[in-house]
Design a protein around this ligand. Sequence first.
Ligand code: ATP
Length: 641
Amino acid sequence: MFAVGPIGGGGTFQRFLNLSSRVATVAGKNCHGFSRLVAVRSSKCDRMPERSWHLLLVIPVLLSLYEAAVSATPQEAAVLAQLKDIWSIGDNKVNRWNESVDACNGPWPGITCGLKDAITVPKKCLISNTSCKVTHLDLSNSSLTGEIPFILGGLSNLLSLDLHGNQLVGEVATQLFYGFPHLCHVDFSYNYFNDTIPKLNRAKIEDSNWEHNCFSEYGGCRLLPNMRPLCECQNMTALLLPKCPSWVRKNPIVLYVLVGVCPFSVILCSFLVVMFCFLRRQRKNPIIRRTCSSKIQSVECRPFTYQELEEATNNFHDNRLLGCGGSGSVYQGRFANGSCMVVKQLVKAADYGDTDFWKEVLTIGAIHHPNVVRLRGYCKESRGLERLLVYDYMPNGSVLDALLSNDVHLLPWSRRYSIALATACGLEYLHEHCSPRIIHKGVKPSNILLDRNFTARVGDFGLAKIGCSEQTHIGPQVFVDPDYVLTGRLTDKSDVFSFGMFLLVLIKGRQVLETPGKAQLFSRIQVLAKADDPSDFVDPRLRGVFDKTQITLCAQIALLCTRILPDLRPTMGEIRRILDGTANIPLTTSLINSPGSSSRGSFASECPTPSIGSCYGHRAGSFISDCYMSSSICHGGSDSV
Ligand SMILES: Nc1ncnc2c1ncn2[C@@H]1O[C@H](COP(=O)(O)OP(=O)(O)OP(=O)(O)O)[C@@H](O)[C@H]1O
């Protein structure tokens, strides 16, 4: 009956192979109508014809005769190893992949293999020492985050790919599917993919599920049916989708008509408006062009492994410690590719859930503006309760570092004015151009960082939202909005208040940090703003070299910013325009006699001065001796990543 083949008993085996490959061929032609991988497993895609049921009796006998020594293709093994690096999170399936055995030969959850030569496959590939191939990848509900790594396309034998129920973001490129010529089933539902659903017009992929993602149309204004609600997408994908006006949400048909009937006129009008604004802005506003240009880029914030961060920071060694804040410790990280970044070890806020935290981190990671410090990555593993974020390294440290430095030439007045303007630009961007808006809550000299050109960048933004901004640092209460202290209501005007105090620091120098109470500071701002000659009141470290008009302007802005009633304070956009000269400050008289300022005295007496005198005095010493270190050890640009 069976001829003896090259491998012992191979005749039987050969015949089995022939039969099973026939079975497989038949099954391969019947790839229809499935919705989930669960269904796939029992589907016609894998099912043998009923006539061949007796083969099932033969399989166990054969298995006992031939030792199973199966292996995925080398390419698949390499791809899976890389996927394990990227997607091992907590106790998910990927983390349980056992690299000491082959993917087709061991407990690799979510992976099913089939005989290499078969067109489609029996359930398990444990038949012979012929090679196998990875045919099913099921990483559903595995807490996967980030974008789909392009290497996934290297699993070229996949029949079924299931990634539903994760937190994957970004676009799903149609090109990815060119890598899977045999794919029958795709389930990408319940993620946060955006852009457009890829065109899978190959006849074979008949069963695909894209529901509950963030795919949208009309420039993101209207999400497709069965997609996540807009607000969920805005929070998660960092798409910064524009908010739809309520009439669009109520009557989407109007939008269809508008966009369908007169697309040309809409495009033409928008073009003219943009050109008009651009030319006007260019004529009126040279500084904003330079410092306030902003651009949302695709998510470039990537996951780091704990080992990578350990190596970069020399095991979080003290000799890499740049500073300690209320939210955690900051280390300088030197990475294998030569880049220099900052690793921030955040103390975990107990009441802030993992999912919310990482969602927020992804949103922050998508923010890109020349005056904000860029979040470059995050690490989900940790050895304790801490969480790790990776930022661009700012070679000139913080404004606080510069103020505390012995080098009096670090902060000449012209540089201080540029810092004020750049900080205003960064905050304006966070308040007015991010959706949802970001309130910093910790504007103070240690959070305004200086890049290699001494351009100021706002750091630590967004941390307040993820429960990691404890105001415990050197004299920070000076910067905290008293209205927030009294009412607990946090608005963008709280940042405006802090910015006013920051301006005062730029004018008067570190003596502001040493001043015990807000009441005293308020009266100093008033004196400064009214003074004909402010020379007596400015930082002695400036040695009399400054622009008096600019000092007075800054003092007047500080006065506006620190008004007691938040509604009377200007917005960051208004402040930026005053600083860059495209708007005028309201008349000085109205400034000084404004209701806010006239009630300032009574506020000072009403509002108990926080006990920062002792607190500051106590903390300052320990801060400087324990934590303050020079931050200019690392050479190489922060932009090099
Ligand atoms: N991106 C960075 N590049 C270079 N140095 C940095 C960077 N971020 C922080 N630092 C340094 O680390 C110090 C501490 O930063 P951190 O933000 O933790 O402290 P903080 O602002 O004083 O505290 P808080 O957590 O209350 O905001 C800064 O003063 C600065 O010297």
